[in-house]
Design a protein around this ligand. Sequence first.
Ligand SMILES: *[C@@H]1O[C@H](CO)[C@@H](O)[C@H](O)[C@H]1NC(C)=O
Ligand SMILES: *[C@@H]1O[C@H](CO)[C@@H](O)[C@H](O)[C@H]1NC(C)=O
Ligand SMILES: *[C@@H]1O[C@H](CO)[C@@H](O)[C@H](O)[C@H]1NC(C)=O
Ligand SMILES: *[C@@H]1O[C@H](CO)[C@@H](O)[C@H](O)[C@H]1NC(C)=O
Ligand SMILES: *[C@@H]1O[C@H](CO)[C@@H](O)[C@H](O)[C@H]1NC(C)=O
Ligand SMILES: *[C@@H]1O[C@H](CO)[C@@H](O)[C@H](O)[C@H]1NC(C)=O
Ligand SMILES: [Zn+2]
Length: 505
Amino acid sequence: MEVSLHRRHAVVVCLLLCCLAGGLSSPDPRHREALIQLEVSMQTGGQVVLTDAEKRLDALLFKMKQEEVSRADFPPAMHFFRARDVISTSPIFKLLQKMPKGGALHVHDFAMVEVEWLVKNATYRPHCYMCFTDNHSIRFIFSARPPAALPRCSPWTLLENLRAKMVNSTELDNSLMANMTLFTDQDPELVYPSQDVIWKTFEQCFRALWGLVTYAPVFRDYYYQGLSQFYRDNVMYMEVRALLPEIYELDGSTHDPAWTLKTYQEVTRQFTTEHPDFFGVRMIYTIHRGVNASTMAGAVEEAMKLQRDFPDIMAGFDMVGREDSGRPLWYFKDALSLPAGRGVTLPYFFHAGETDLEGSEVDQNLLDALLFNTSRIGHGFALLRHPVAKGLSRKRGVAVEVCPISNQVMKLVKDLRNHPAAALMSENHPLVISSDDPGMFGSSGLSYDFYEAFVGFGGMRSNVGSLIELAFNSIRYSSLTPKQQQKALALWQRKWDTFVSENAF
Ligand SMILES: *[C@@H]1O[C@H](CO)[C@@H](O)[C@H](O)[C@H]1NC(C)=O
Ligand SMILES: *[C@@H]1O[C@H](CO)[C@@H](O)[C@H](O)[C@H]1NC(C)=O
Ligand SMILES: *[C@@H]1O[C@H](CO)[C@@H](O)[C@H](O)[C@H]1NC(C)=O
Ligand SMILES: *[C@@H]1O[C@H](CO)[C@@H](O)[C@H](O)[C@H]1NC(C)=O
Ligand SMILES: *[C@@H]1O[C@H](CO)[C@@H](O)[C@H](O)[C@H]1NC(C)=O
Ligand SMILES: *[C@@H]1O[C@H](CO)[C@@H](O)[C@H](O)[C@H]1NC(C)=O
Ligand SMILES: [Zn+2]
């Protein structure tokens, strides 16, 4: 169907161009209109047939977008840290918040929740100790007894005691928050002059919040809080990249990855019981790409075991960390070939092409991810520079997980109108929109990223059809079985119809 559609397009274009070349003094406006319509029909959502109510909503959104584009402070052209408060007052954004967006397929375990919750909730619990590292960061630990000192860190201070000595701990709390997120009120270009600087800070932030989120009681509540925030943002399904690290208790005892996965499963069940219109969560086990080949082989073994023991919640395997400084996929080829060699299915969901190092070894990750039969591509920012990878991704329906705010904050693109996904959307390349690490970016849920996609690189021509197709894609390209997808789509459709009837005037 795809092929014949393209052939038909080719024929139309040829006819039109032949006419144009036929010596007319001025092009025929009907031909012009036909060419425009042809392009519109090729974009994401270009084939979606709208109901009357959806058409009314579309007209409304178009008008809103015209107003938004004429603003002097057009948010997609600004850094997200500056744009956030402008976006949150935008009428389009408010609609997108209410819109049932389907699934968020690219989100990381310890960056799901706004850091304010970590400070206001987690650090106010009893037995929370903190120390200051010699390079101005902080570390936390919960412990029944005073814990042993960390290297390169001040002696541990019980936060409860520290706060008790203060008249007002607002400033302390704000500084703790600032340690755990990239978001800043200062000029982001000055604070983060290069990709090296921002990636270093990014990893520091994770170290700062590590001792909080890996404490068993906080771990559970953090995850529950994450689901609540996405649910409130009208996301009904998630696929979470999870490190499944050692989780500890107050007495210092620890739990293994199976316990952690089981805990995710239990909390997810509790959440879906309490919110029956939330479809669920599946987990993608991840490991840092800085590890060596034998550690990777061990992780792949662990992933296969978890996949066998928790088939319902385990979706597959991926790597995290900066691609430019980590090891390329090919370095791990032996470890990554283990499952296929044993006839075991371990789906991969590789981050690949989150780089602007064109032609480097790391830039090879996109093709290698496809060689290893990746189910989706995380980011795929470099996809346009790889016509073969792009062709394979399209042909095999390997969707690209586009995370606009992440790419901007991590300094791959400045103005989100220029994001490479603009080209992908113009030809309905398989893609989904996701939010990667909202807690790190001062964002939350999925709506801010939907806004950047719809208003930024979607441009004036992305429309209600595009929104429908994006939501649809988030189910169709999920790791759910075909039967589950049908159920999820039916649930989404009911939510969508309600949304349209309540917002189309
Ligand atoms: C933190 O959140 C949990 C779960 O929502 C709640 O039960 C608890 O009382 C909160 N603790 C603090 C210190 O705010
Ligand atoms: C800061 O110190 C920690 C050890 O406490 C170290 O792991 C980290 O790499 C240092 N960060 C920078 C930016 O120097
Ligand atoms: C604490 O200090 C902050 C400013 O640092 C101020 O905005 C806030 O009102 C103060 N709170 C109290 C209870 O005094
Ligand atoms: C981290 O917290 C410490 C302690 O409050 C503070 O001195 C430091 O400025 C904070 N770092 C950042 C990046 O805000
Ligand atoms: C790989 O890394 C692990 C963990 O850091 C280490 O124990 C092991 O010795 C390393 N193996 C090789 C072959 O370098
Ligand atoms: C990828 O899929 C192909 C075709 O199904 C299969 O032959 C090959 O073994 C797979 N490769 C890996 C690394 O899983
Ligand atoms: Zn990611």
